[in-house]
Write a protein that binds this ligand. Structure first.
Ligand code: E4P
Length: 218
C-alpha cells in the first residue's frame, strides 16, 4: 500500500519524507492557494520543489475543462518533471483526455470521483490512478468506504490496472479501513499518517522499560 500526503506545504512534505514511509504527494488548486502559491510560473516552480523533496509520484492538477486545454496543460505539467502525474477531473472532456494521455504514455490521476460508474469510466479510459473522495462522501452522511469496496470489486472482476487512490482521507481509521479493503494508495493530511504511530500502551510500556533500565543502572 502506498502512502501519499495531500498537501502543498513543503515542511509537512519534508516531515513525511523524513519518516521514511512516503510514496508520493497529491495537490489540488485549493491546496496550492492555501500555501499562497499563485500564478502559472510560481505553481510550476512549486511542483518542481515538491518533486525534488520526494522520490515518488506528484499529482499536479489541470485547470482547463475542455479537451484541447486539458491536453495542452497536462503535457506542460508532465514536462516539468518525470515524477509528475497529471490530475484530470472526472468530466466528459476529462475522460477523453485520460484516453489521450494513456495513448501517449503520460500518467494520470482521475480526480473528483464519487461513484463506481465514474471509477469504471476512468479505468476504461486508462487512468493510472482513480481518486474517490471518501471524506467528502462521509461529510454528506453517506459512506465513502463503501465506494472503495465497490471500486475494488469492479476492478478485480475485470483485472483493471488503474490504482485506487483513496483521497479526501480525514483520519487514521480511514487509512486502516482502506488498507483492509485493498485500496492501492491513500492520500491524506500528515496527521492521518503520523496518527498511526499512537497507542497509549506503547507510551506506558516504553516509560516502564526506561524506568526499569534506569533503576538497574543507577
Ligand atoms: C485528492 O487528491 C484531493 O486533493 C483531496 O484528497 C481532497 O481532500 P479534501 O476533501 O480534504 O479537500
Amino acid at each position: 500500500m502506498k502512502f501519499f500526503i495531500d498537501t502543498a506545504n513543503l515542511e509537512q512534505i519534508q516531515e513525511a519524507q523524513d519518516l521514511g514511509v512516503l510514496d508520493g504527494v497529491t495537490t489540488n488548486p485549493s491546496l496550492m492557494a492555501k500555501e499562497g502559491i499563485t500564478g502559472e510560473k510560481n505553481i510550476r516552480d512549486h511542483y518542481l520543489k515538491i518533486c525534488e523533496l520526494v522520490d515518488g509520484d506528484v499529482s499536479a492538477e489541470v485547470i482547463a475543462t475542455d479537451f484541447e486545454g486539458i491536453v495542452k496543460e497536462g503535457e506542460a505539467l508532465a514536462d516539468i518533471h518525470p515524477q509528475i502525474i497529471v490530475k484530470v477531473p472526472m468530466i466528459k472532456e476529462g475522460v477523453k483526455a485520460l484516453k489521450y494521455f494513456s495513448n501517449h504514455g503520460i500518467k494520470t490521476n482521475c480526480t473528483l470521483v464519487f461513484s463506481p460508474g465514474q471509477a469504471l469510466l476512468a479505468a476504461k479510459a486508462g487512468a493510472t490512478y482513480v481518486s474517490p473522495f471518501i471524506g467528502r462522501i462521509d461529510d454528506i452522511s453517506s459512506n465513502g468506504l463503501e465506494l472503495i469496496e465497490k471500486i475494488r470489486l469492479i476492478y478485480d472482476n475485470y483485472g483493471f490496472e488503474t490504482e485506487i487512490l483513496a483521497a479526501s482521507i480525514r483520519h487514521t481509521m480511514h487509512v486502516i479501513e482502506c488498507a483492509e479493503i485493498g485500496a492501492n494508495v491513500i492520500t491524506g493530511p500528515l496527521s492521518s499518517i503520523t496518527g498511526l504511530l499512537k497507542h497509549p500502551l506503547t507510551d506506558i510500556g516504553l516509560e516502564k522499560f526506561l524506568a526499569d533500565y534506569r533503576k538497574g543502572n543507577s
